[in-house]
Design a protein around this ligand. Structure first.
Ligand SMILES: NC(=O)c1ccc[n+]([C@@H]2O[C@H](COP(=O)([O-])OP(=O)(O)OC[C@H]3O[C@@H](n4cnc5c(N)ncnc54)[C@H](O)[C@@H]3O)[C@@H](O)[C@H]2O)c1
Length: 355
């Protein structure tokens, strides 16, 4: 009976995490979903083919910066909740061109908050009490960790890249709209996601696709940067749980307790590819090379998800080894999904090195 009779706006629903959220809501709950997406380079409606024709699913192509259009969507659908995932999300791209990050991540979130507030104020007390605005953010707002320690909800913000600075700004706006105007907001900060339907420029799909082709596998710096990997479907479930049961005004960290160095991640991919698609005469690890590091590359991220686990009963179902195996198998089987992206002209090259 979850979300029976509820209409949920999912912004960025054609992206990697957004599409996992839409699939989860449509397949596993009774929610009606309106996917609001501008369809940038990162979007892929093929990731939502399983929802085609479902009467509980609607798609609206729109920018979250377009206040007039967003207002019309509120009037048209009367939603009960907004899950705000639309963003420019690639750190390397934010180094080469921060403008879009400021527009979508900051101005877009501001626009969604303003239009949500206008709509929320016009509703009945019952509908106002039920309404939620869930903003999906990142652990990158907390900056970089040393060799030990974990990010908690109390960790001070210290963003280091244009991407994380724009997300940090949007988190502050969300908090302020709660404190100043009482809009019922929630924030989640999650670690690095991976899994099926991930755009090929991100580390894991990039390495799988390059490894399958027998191409060089360039790893930034010494490969010792640590990320805390979260399987995307576990994240989607965490987000719907926070929407349903989270305490208004709170933030929740979401993480898989799966800290791995980038080198370990790439080596795991190599070993799995050697099993499922062996290459004559050599193993994939021999394709790994170390290249100039990204500027401002945070050394370590690690999430303490205790609050979400203890208060809302969420637990990641996948550990890194099971999740990466599922992911590699998915990319091996689902070639048409990512080959179509490569055919659209995405060059699979490194960006974000400044000079
Ligand atoms: N991927 C991760 O590991 C990760 C980790 C932590 C937090 N996040 C956050 O989760 C959210 C989703 O990330 P993702 O990896 O799915 O991103 P993504 O880049 O795969 O997808 C973003 C989606 O937003 C859409 N979009 C961009 N600008 C828009 C605009 N102005 N209006 C409407 N739609 C727009 C794009 O078309 C795309 O479909 C983001 O807010 C990101 O900051 C991601």
């Amino acid at each position: 009976m979850r979300f029976r009779g509820s209409t949920i706006f999912v912004t960025g629903g054609a992206g990697f995490i957004g599409s996992a959220v839409v699939r989860h809501l449509i397949n596993d709950t009774h929610a009606r979903v309106v996917n609001i997406d501008k369809l940038t380079y990162a979007a892929n409606l093929d990731s939502l083919s399983s929802t085609a024709g479902n009467p509980h699913y609607a798609f609206e192509q729109a920018s979250i910066c377009d206040a007039d259009f967003i207002r019309k969507l509120f009037e048209k659908y009367n939603p009960d909740a907004v899950m705000n995932l639309a963003a420019e999300s690639h750190v390397d791209r934010s180094i080469d061109g921060p403008d879009e990050f400021i527009q979508t991540n900051i101005v877009g979130t501001f626009t969604m908050l303003q239009e949500s507030l206008r709509y929320w104020r016009s509703q009945s007390p019952e509908k106002r009490a039920k309404f939620r605005f869930l903003h999906v953010s990142t652990d990158e707002v907390f900056g970089s960790l040393g060799d030990d320690g974990l990010f908690t909800e109390m960790t001070a913000y210290a963003p280091n890249s244009p991407y994380s600075a724009s997300k940090a700004s949007s988190d502050h706006l969300v908090r302020a709209w709660r404190e100043t105007y009482d809009l019922p907001t929630l924030v989640t900060n999650c670690s690095n996601n991976y899994g099926p339907y991930h755009f090929p420029e991100k580390l894991i799909p990039h390495m799988i696709i390059k490894g399958l082709a027998g191409d060089a596998l360039p790893v930034y710096g010494d490969g010792k940067n640590i990320r805390d990997w979260l399987f995307v479907e576990d994240h989607a479930k965490a987000l719907t749980l926070v929407l349903e049961r989270g305490i208004v005004g709170e933030s929740y960290n979401v993480g898989g307790r799966n800290e791995r160095t980038n080198l370990h991640v790439v080596e795991s991919i190599c070993d799995l590819l050697d099993e499922v698609s062996p290459q004559k005469g050599s193993n994939r690890r021999s394709l790994i090379s170390f290249v100039k590091d990204r500027p401002g590359h945070d050394r370590r991220y690690a999430i303490d998800a205790t609050k979400l686990e203890r208060e809302l009963g969420w637990h990641a179902e996948e550990h890194f080894e099971s999740g990466i195996e599922k992911t590699v198998h998915w990319y091996v089987k689902q070639r048409p999904w990512w080959e179509a992206i490569l055919e659209r002209g995405y060059a699979a090259s490194r960006v974000g090195l400044t000079h």
